[in-house]
Every structure is written in structure tokens, then in C-alpha cells.
Design a protein around this ligand. Sequence first.
Ligand SMILES: [Zn+2]
Ligand SMILES: [Zn+2]
Length: 94
Amino acid sequence: MSIPTTQIVRCQLCGKGILWNRPTPNATTPPKWCKAHENRAKRARSLCPTPSKERHSTKDAALSSAAYANRKRGTSLRVYECKCTYWHLTSRVG
Ligand SMILES: [Zn+2]
Ligand SMILES: [Zn+2]
């Protein structure tokens, strides 16, 4: 049985369908994001002063992640919007 060379995958951020052309028949790493989000991620990597930090697409996602960590580890993380357009967590006060 042959594997189809094109496949529909979903953007992990907006759920939009992406037509993925497999570069090789057994390629197993489809794109995670649609074009718009892919470009945003690329831009983010070049803009972000703290690229090693976890990135959250929305404030709500960052807040719930911070709340979880604070509850779990007794930290007092806050969220801030980075110039890379994503939200990060920080323990810095002020
Ligand atoms: Zn998307
Ligand atoms: Zn950033």
C-alpha cells in the first residue's frame, strides 16, 4: 500500500487545514502551523530577546501556565507580552 504524498494537517494554533506535500514518502514531520503562523514563528525567533523561554500565543494560555506553575512550585510568575508578539512568563518583579 502506498502512502499518499499529500496530507491535510491542522495548524496547532488556529486549526486551519494545511495541505502538506511530503518531501519523501516516509517523511513524518508535518508542519505544525499554517503559513501565517509559520511566518509569525520565524519572525518571533529573530525578534525575541529570550528565545529559550517558553512562548504562549495568547495571554490566557500564559496566565494558566503561570497559575499552574505557581500552584505547583510555589513560584510567583507573572506574564508579559514580548516584542516577539508572544507571551512569556517571568519571575522578575516590576
Ligand atoms: Zn494558524
Ligand atoms: Zn519573546
